[in-house]
Write a new protein. Structure first.
Length: 481
């Protein structure tokens, strides 16, 4: 992601004339502190199954009779793509019993198992109860997936699994050095989601700068339509469009500095400009009424019902909102609007990265089986099945040939093409989950967008939260290399 140093950026155009004020308030949400008492790396008993015979069909040496325990987050992508892959595993190892458990309560159900040294063999560690990845890596709770990455790919024995992945996916799973701790299975395009049909009804195009965004929101407001909505109960959805907006304004080095927990990173002029622009949406009444009190599903439903034009989200939203999406909705995603002509990066700069993190615990009984299940999922057939079933790209670099893509998925592909090398990948949500979700997301951004604190107060909070995390010796710290 480039340089790790934040640069000053004076003369930021229209952004410096925006002035804000708001009352201070409080918001209460369920705590999300996880793995506070995570088991140490040598906890549990040595109950790993014996290794099987390595062969061309079984390059990881999976024990053909060993049970496999697979826990999947049951969220926006559903479970069918995974159960289809499990069938392939059982066909390959008919004597192996697979226990497949879908759940939305990843942390509350699995933390006791980690603490007791009896975790599953494969976990889709996602959702609101996602276990803190930085903590898991720091406490040596995860198996190194390098054997999977160096194994022959499912489709071509002359090509390693690592060579079949989309750019950046393998690196996302690395925290320090070469070991790969996480396999991000989905490839997510984050940004501003909208309905082309809704824009057509307003005789409008997607706004490429902030003045045009405000003008369109005003036009929609006069028609009784809100400009924006978001997951008010989970305001850490806001960064899906806000972070690339910051990076576009000030350059990717601003996001690097934030990820690195550098002193004063949040005080960069680009952050101030972005926060003030978003706060303007609140001040002008362009946020759907009641948004701070709704969750992700309710915000998506309000959006698909045409109550708001824009929604910050990731590409899982198409599948997650499918039941409420009209057939003529023409769902699309776009990169954040430019702020003005002095932005460091061009319009089209977007956030895209690996999503849906799969992990194999260090204390898993059958880690080879967990990795083999992932090898199966990273085949072209499984990738195409995933894309067909859930309307999202996978980490497999390809898998769309011959498929008819929806407007949403095609817009994601088009957005990546337009972005070219201007694809950003902030790591705060991977490295410091509690900081990103509880503190910056809820404590600062949620409060600001609800009008309870000003942008300046939100920035001050973000910096204080980041400084506290940087000084906290109980958590492992990471930096862009």
């Amino acid at each position: 992601m480039g340089s790790t140093s934040a640069q000053s950026n004076e003369g930021l155009g229209r952004r410096d004339v925006i002035k804000r004020s708001a009352a201070i308030g409080l918001i209460t949400v369920p705590t999300m502190s996880f793995l506070a008492s995570c088991a140490s790396s040598d906890s549990g008993t040595d109950q790993k199954v014996e290794k099987g015979k390595t062969s061309g069909k079984n390059p990881l040496g999976v024990n053909e009779t060993a049970p496999l325990d697979f826990v999947l987050f049951d969220g926006g992508f559903g479970t069918e793509y995974a159960t289809d892959a499990v069938k392939q595993y059982t066909n390959a190892f008919p004597k192996a019993k697979v226990k497949f458990t879908p759940t939305q309560k990843i942390q509350s159900e699995l933390q006791p198992r980690f603490n007791g040294g009896t975790p599953p063999d494969l976990i889709d560690n996602s959702g609101a109860e996602q276990m803190d990845m930085g903590v898991l890596v720091g406490k040596k709770q995860l198996a190194d997936l390098t054997p999977l990455m160096d194994a022959p790919s499912f489709d071509d024995p002359n090509k390693k699994v690592r060579d079949t992945l989309r750019p950046g996916v393998l690196e996302m799973g690395q925290f320090d050095g070469d070991p790969v701790w996480i396999m991000y299975y989905a490839y997510t395009v984050y940004g501003v989601w909208y309905s082309q049909t809704a824009l057509d009804k307003l005789d409008a195009e997607y706004p490429e700068d902030w003045d045009a965004m405000l003008a369109l929101c005003e036009k929609a407001k006069k028609k009784g339509i809100a400009g924006w909505t978001y997951a008010g109960k989970y305001p850490y959805y806001l960064p899906f469009s806000l972070y690339p907006f910051i990076g576009k304004i000030g350059g990717r080095e601003v996001l690097d500095a934030i990820d690195n927990l550098e002193p004063n990173a949040w005080k960069h002029p680009a952050v101030k400009s972005a926060f003030e622009a978003y706060y303007e949406l609140f001040k002008k009444g362009y946020i759907l009424k009641g948004t701070p009190g709704i969750d992700h599903t309710q915000s998506q439903t309000a959006w698909t019902e045409g109550k708001a034009l824009f929604l910050p989200n990731g590409s899982w939203v198409e599948n997650e909102a499918a039941k409420t999406t009209p057939k003529d909705f023409q769902m699309k995603v776009a990169a954040p609007s430019s702020l003005d002509s002095s932005d460091k990066l061009p319009f089209g700069t977007i956030w895209a990265s690996g999503g849906e993190p799969f992990i194999v615990p260090a204390n898993a009984k059958n880690p080879d089986g967990g990795m083999e299940q992932l090898r199966i999922m990273l085949s072209e057939a499984s990738s195409k099945n995933f894309t067909t079933k859930v309307k999202s790209l996978s980490a497999f670099n390809g898998g769309t040939d011959g498929l008819t893509l929806s407007t949403a998925l095609q817009s994601g592909v088009d957005a990546l093409t337009k972005a070219g090398s201007n694809v950003l990948n902030p790591r705060l949500q991977d490295w410091y989950v509690a900081l990103q979700k509880e503190k910056i997301g809820v404590g600062a951004l949620g409060e600001m967008m609800a009008g309870r604190i000003t942008p300046a107060e939100a920035i001050k909070k973000c910096q204080e939260y980041a400084d506290a995390a940087a000084k906290d010796d109980s958590i492992k710290h990471y930096k862009h290399q």
